[in-house]
Design a protein around this ligand. Structure first.
Ligand code: PGA
Length: 274
């Protein structure tokens, strides 16, 4: 797990945008897993601006969103589909047929979730999964005690998550208690994962994810088992990390690896009898 600490939320978004831009440019038909919530909003804004500048082309990109509330139709103002539509989909040239979303009103939950998994497989698997993290360590809507091998399914949300989500709903509006979500096992099959975390409320979850035991009590800790996870967090979200100094040391030195090898090679090659 590579942990990068940025000074603030803007720094997190700038880094995340650059990380993602390189991947979309390298593979125009990128299969991109997307997340909702406040955290990725600045990244989505940067993606829209990148598209408007002509830097990004989404015409081949395929997306799969992590989760959706049960009981809300796609067009409901608080649905995650609507959220994505408002913040990203309607502003870039993603093809509607390349956008995949769980349906909050499925006829048959199990069949629908299986079909979602099948669609991910048919697309060739997720190349890059963007994640946020809940205060309780959830990823997607995999709440504490979720199986670390779970697949896409329905989940009852914790009271804490329901309270956290209330800010997106109007006064008197009921906050859904159920969601459909990709499982932890589904997420772990993504080839690369980018997790973003901002603000002091996430500090405890970030530390448990990166430095705690791998446990269903913090579903994000399962990311320790994935070989290619990049965590980008701001100072506040990094505050409880025990090995902060080491992560900063890595960050300060890592990019120089290539440079050091090149220099050593040049020195070797200029010696007469290398
Ligand atoms: P947030 O949610 O970005 O709104 O904090 C993150 C999450 O619950 O995964």
């Amino acid at each position: 797990m590579l942990i990068l600490i940025q000074p603030d939320e803007a720094g997190v978004a700038t880094y995340a945008y650059e990380w993602l831009r390189q991947r979309i440019q390298r593979k125009p038909r990128l299969v991109l897993g997307l997340a909702t919530g406040s955290t990725p909003l600045r990244l989505y804004r940067a993606m829209v601006e990148g598209y408007q500048r002509g830097e990004l082309d989404f015409s081949e990109v395929i997306t799969f969103n992590l989760d959706e509330y049960v009981g809300l139709s796609r067009h409901h103002p608080r649905s995650f589909y609507r959220f994505m539509h408002e913040h990203l989909f309607s502003h870039v040239n993603l093809r509607p047929e390349n956008i995949h979303f769980l349906d909050g009103l499925p006829d048959d939950v199990e069949a629908h979730c299986e079909a979602y998994e099948a669609a991910i497989r048919a697309a060739g698997g997720i190349d890059v999964q963007i994640l946020g993290i809940g205060r309780d360590g959830h990823i997607g809507f995999n709440e504490p005690t979720s199986s670390l091998c779970s697949r896409t399914r329905d989940k009852v949300l914790t009271r804490e998550t329901i309270e956290d989500n209330r800010r997106f709903f109007g006064p008197g509006e009921e906050v859904p208690r159920w969601a459909l979500t990709m499982g932890v096992g589904t997420i772990l099959e993504a080839r690369e994962i980018l997790l973003l975390a901002c603000g002091p409320a996430k500090a405890r979850a970030v530390a448990a994810m990166a430095e705690g035991p791998v446990t269903a009590l913090c579903p994000a800790s399962a990311l320790q088992l994935h070989p290619r996870v990049t965590v980008v967090c701001d100072e506040a979200a990094a505050a409880a990390l025990q090995y902060q100094e080491y992560y900063r040391w890595i960050q300060a030195n890592d990019y120089r690896l290539h440079e050091v090898v090149q220099k050593a090679k040049q020195a070797r090659d200029t010696q007469p009898d290398h």
